[in-house]
Design a protein around this ligand. Structure first.
Ligand SMILES: [Cu+2]
Length: 152
């Protein structure tokens, strides 16, 4: 009887060892598959909102004031691979915009609304993946209304 009990325990143990990894492998795959997608989607959303960088870079908020006809500041330093949330605030009397001559991953320029009316502001996000100097401009008041973004 005693031996039999040990044998049983051993067999249950072996069966358990075999079954647990199997169960873990099957169930685990399904669970991980499901749970990876959900937090992943959430993390991406957070990154887009600029709360926390999904690539390790922090988000920064920078306000650029547009008056007639100058940007303040005219030179902006930003860290590479960081999501920058620009607010282009029109404190002048004419219409302006802030058009950054750099391409995003889809090949589009970063830009505020095409027209930012006097007293209004437009917010947009940009992320620069290469160090260097990038021009930005107001499309309505070239060449005087322009500035530079230094990505470092
Ligand atoms: Cu302008």
């Amino acid at each position: 009887m005693k031996l039999n009990t040990w044998k049983k325990a051993f067999l249950v143990g072996v069966a358990g060892l075999l079954l647990v990894p199997l169960a873990a492998a099957c169930g685990g795959d399904d669970d991980e598959g499901g749970s990876t997608i959900t937090p992943g989607a959430t993390a991406t959303k957070d990154g887009d909102n600029g709360d926390n960088g999904d690539n390790g870079g922090e988000a920064r908020e920078i306000e650029v004031v547009m008056t007639d006809n100058i940007f303040t500041p005219k030179e902006i330093k930003v860290p590479v691979n960081t999501t920058i949330k620009f607010t282009a605030a029109n404190k002048g009397t004419a219409i302006h915009n802030m058009h950054v001559l750099s391409k995003d991953a889809e090949g589009k320029d970063f830009s505020s609304d095409l027209i930012v009316n006097a007293g209004a502001a437009s917010t947009f996000e940009a992320k620069f993946t290469k160090k260097g100097v990038i021009d930005f401009q107001c499309d309505y008041h070239l060449p005087e209304m322009a500035g530079k973004i230094v990505v470092e």
